[in-house]
Design a protein around this ligand. Structure first.
Ligand SMILES: *Cc1c(COP(=O)(O)O)cnc(C)c1O
Length: 433
């Protein structure tokens, strides 16, 4: 495919052709393909701070940040040094290392609800394992998830999922037996009544409610007042566990995640993305009495050859240490707020109906004149207009997610000048829509 964005990217175009020969769609995760916005992917040569360079030598201000992990920017020297030092001591042992305990302590300091933590290698594993643990400790089979929330690609959770699954218009995947998803109940995000109905029908059989406390995988959708508290009360009343999937929001919406931001105490929490600092690492944890049910202490099995990998742990620990230095997180949020506010103003001035949802250091631009508060209103967005916006922004040197239904991320490396330059690009692009 030759699209307007890649006509000027001959080397990316060639790399894409070669990749597509041997890798399905030329990519190792579907949304990278940019099919939804009628573009070919830019192949990346390197990243530094707030910037990316493609193989044709073009520079972009990056608001994808590897889909969330890179809150300190690309190739932060302290993170790279930590990775190199760890690598020199050996890449993996399949035996415990002190660094794992250090990282887990850093996580517990930020997330007091996570009394015990187990490290895994991806967000998918974290949510899959948290669900298994919830089922194991309650002896119940049903789980409740929300329309438009994405929790990785484990079978039971690929029902009305967001992100790539939503973008491609496949609400669930082929290859998932109906017998597996039969115990997955789906409620509407920000609609407590829809959850109450499910509990009225199946309350005694529901092991857990899993939720993105700030949804990020249908674009950013904040919880309305009382939604998260309502989930806490309902799950408590029925003896179900409340699982916060903070793979995206952890260390992102605030240092202590959405649970700190909104003051909620979940039973289990899933983390990923930022805690690996760009390396494959994730975690799940929560109340001690539940985590003690995991093997080798208890009957719920969970494992991983590379879980707690020392190089990934070094990257995560270095990232969390940088981020907790005084003022760092506040500065990132300040820049995010300035950008979100600026885009709203530019939309108004250009007469382009849009909504910008922002919580902490994540945001999304929806091309709609409805407030976006759930899956249905997110889908009111004009995705053709979004596709043109995406392509024009990329051509102007601003790299964003190639889907209406994704979050964008600010990093500590983005300066006020980067924000101002981005706004100038957005202004030009909106004028041409
Ligand atoms: C990214 C994400 C996942 C999946 O993590 P992977 O590391 O891609 O498996 C799960 N839940 C949420 C909320 C995410 O944003």
């Amino acid at each position: 495919m030759q699209t307007e964005t890649t006509r000027d990217l001959p080397k990316s175009g060639e790399a894409y052709r070669q990749a597509a020969e041997a890798i399905p769609g030329g990519v190792n995760s579907p949304v990278r393909a940019a099919l939804a916005v009628g573009a070919d992917p830019a192949f990346i040569a390197r990243g530094e701070g707030a910037y990316l360079w493609d193989v044709d030598g073009n520079r972009y201000i990056d608001y994808v940040g590897s889909w969330g992990p890179l809150i300190m920017g690309h190739a932060h020297p302290a993170v790279v040094d930590a990775v190199c030092a760890a690598a020199r001591n050996g890449l993996s042992f399949g035996a415990p290392t002190p660094g794992e305990t250090e990282l887990v302590h850093a996580i517990r300091d930020a997330f007091p609800s996570m009394q015990m933590v187990r490290l895994v290698s991806s967000g998918t594993e974290a949510t899959m394992s948290a669900i298994r643990l919830a089922r194991g400790v309650t002896g119940r089979d049903y789980i409740v998830k929300f329309e438009g929330c994405y929790h990785g690609h484990a079978d039971a959770l690929l029902v009305k999922a967001g992100s790539g699954a939503l973008t491609m218009g496949v609400p669930s995947s082929a290859g998932v037996p109906a017998s597996i998803t039969a115990t997955t109940l789906v409620a509407r995000y920000n609609d407590l009544d829809s959850v109450r109905e499910l509990f009225a029908q199946h309350g005694e059989e529901i092991a857990a409610v899993i939720v993105e406390p700030v949804a990020g995988n249908m674009g950013v959708v904040p919880p309305v007042d009382g939604f998260l508290n309502g989930l806490r009360d309902l799950t408590e009343a029925f003896g179900s566990l409340l699982i916060f999937d903070e793979v995206m929001t952890g260390f992102r919406v605030s240092f202590g995640g959405a649970q700190e931001h909104y003051g909620i105490d979940p039973d289990l929490t899933c983390l990923g993305k930022i805690i690996g600092g760009g390396m494959p690492l994730a975690a799940f944890g929560g109340k001690r009495r539940y985590l003690e049910q995991l093997a080798p202490l208890g009957p719920v099995y969970q494992a991983g050859t590379l879980a707690g990998n020392p190089v990934a742990v070094a990257a995560g620990l270095a990232t969390v240490r940088l981020l907790r230095e005084s003022g760092v997180h506040d500065a990132i949020v300040k820049n995010t707020t300035a950008l979100a506010h600026g885009i709203r103003e530019l939309g108004e001035r250009a007469g382009v109906p849009l909504r910008v949802n922002q919580v902490g250091a994540m945001f999304s631009v929806f091309f709609t004149n409805q407030d976006v508060r759930d899956y249905e209103s997110a889908c009111s967005s004009d995705t053709d207009r979004f596709a043109r916006y995406y392509r024009a922004l990329r051509a102007a040197g601003v790299y964003t997610a190639p889907s209406q239904f994704e979050a964008l991320f600010m990093s500590a490396a983005h300066t006020e000048a980067d924000v101002q330059h981005t706004l100038a690009c957005v202004e030009g692009v909106l004028a041409g829509l």
